[in-house]
Unconditional design. Structure first.
Length: 416
């Protein structure tokens, strides 16, 4: 299976798909899947723009809306996670995962799916210690504070992923696992990004929860973005297990934003399906889903995997393992009448999420009112890294950027 890995999308779907088409034509190959490592920016209309956390000068419609409206269809199946520059109101509709547009699947705030026989997991958002132990209390419309915190990784989602026992082939995170620079050429990285040196020396570059997941899940591949540069590493686990890590850049000319990876798999055709183990984990832990500022009491939840797996298996045999079809929930952007979609308000119940919860016989609770309250467990003092509002600005400029179209992709896995 040939999989294209893309770093930060920043809404430039047309450019990425054009690059993939160029690679397919020039190399006479067929790309089976595109994986995007965050900052996807699934903006459907001008109302979504209010929930998009980017500097004002970068608030533009980009190209996703055309795929949401059905004017364009992704030419290759696409799976993405969220980063720290997203239309968070839309992603909240699809908290458990779902089709953001035809052939474009959001993996959810945390999730595991199968594509063919390849098992893909992911964690959306970025890590901030001061929000990590809180529940998902943010609801649209967001204020100046919650528009930031809504994309901060929560312990609840990480804890669910920590329950995964079966092998993961590929894992996606937006920010890098903490300590990953020790497993690659950190000196070359510092020559490219000089301002990383201090954080590398202090051991604070990256996400601690992502590092815990890396140690626990030991996936064959781990792909990230966020820091706007290319970096590869080999993580040696106990025994013979190795994780090949690769981070990629943002979608700009002359930047290393795309790479092709060959992964052994069963022959196609391929389709996306729910993962049985992940459904069992989701069903078990949904009853303690923390939806306020308070820390969720989920650590004492007992996971009777054998019984729950059998229950899920029986449901999938009746209903099938494919997610239900994409459906629009708000009017798409209309270039002829750009203000026509701003009259819609609220956060609709996405039919895909409703169908998913019905499959697992779970209640719909995403629109439960958020309640303020003190944290039951204080997250402790802030670190140097958490004093920042944003880790990497969307408009960072530390490398020359030319306008020439450059094919910055690789098909050789040896350097991963």
């Amino acid at each position: 299976m040939k999989i294209a890995i893309e770093g930060c999308m920043h809404g430039d779907l047309d450019k990425v798909y054009e690059t993939i088409k160029y690679i397919e034509n020039t190399r006479n190959i067929k790309i089976d899947l595109l994986l995007c490592c965050g900052d996807f920016q699934a903006v459907r209309n001008e109302k979504d723009m209010e929930s998009l956390h980017v500097p004002q000068k970068y608030k533009e419609m980009k190209s996703f809306w055309k795929y949401y409206a059905g004017l364009e269809v992704a030419p290759v199946p696409t799976i993405f996670i969220g980063g720290n520059h997203e239309a968070s109101n839309y992603l909240w509709e699809l908290y458990y995962g779902g089709w953001a547009a035809h052939n474009i699947y959001f993996l959810g705030f945390a999730g595991v799916v199968k594509f063919g026989n390849i098992r893909i997991g992911g964690l959306s958002g970025i890590y901030k210690a001061y929000d990590y132990h809180k529940g998902h209390h943010e609801r649209p419309p967001y204020n100046e504070k919650t528009i930031n915190s809504v994309y901060h990784v929560r312990e609840y989602d990480v804890h669910k992923l920590m329950q995964v026992k079966e092998p993961i082939d590929i894992f996606l995170s937006h920010d890098w696992p903490l300590g990953i620079t020790d497993c690659g050429d950190s000196k070359a990285l510092v020559r490219q990004k000089r301002h990383f040196e201090d954080e590398i020396q202090k051991g604070i570059l990256g996400s601690k929860p992502a590092a815990q997941l890396l140690e626990n899940l030991k996936p064959s591949y781990w792909f990230s973005a966020h820091l706007h540069c290319k970096f590869s590493a080999l993580v040696q686990h106990e025994g013979v297990q190795v994780t090949k890590f690769l981070a990629l850049d943002k979608c700009l000319p002359g930047r290393n934003f795309l790479q092709i990876v060959d992964i052994e798999s069963d022959p196609g055709p391929y389709e996306l399906q729910y993962d049985e183990e992940w459904l069992a984990i989701t069903r078990t832990f949904n009853c303690v889903f923390p939806l306020t500022m308070n820390h969720g009491n989920f650590r004492n939840t007992q996971l009777d995997m054998q019984d729950c797996r059998q229950w899920v298996r029986n449901r999938l045999e009746v209903r099938g393992a494919k997610p239900c079809d994409f459906s629009q929930t708000v009017p798409p952007y209309n270039p002829s009448h750009p203000d026509s979609s701003t009259t819609f308000s609220g956060c609709p119940r996405n039919p895909q999420t409703v169908s998913f919860l019905e499959l697992l016989e779970l209640p719909y609770i995403l629109d439960n009112a958020s309640q303020s309250g003190e944290l039951t467990n204080s997250p402790g003092p802030l670190t140097h890294r958490d004093d920042y509002n944003e880790d990497i600005p969307i408009d960072d400029v530390d490398e020359p950027e030319d306008d020439a179209e450059v094919d910055n992709t690789e098909t050789d896995n040896d350097h991963l």
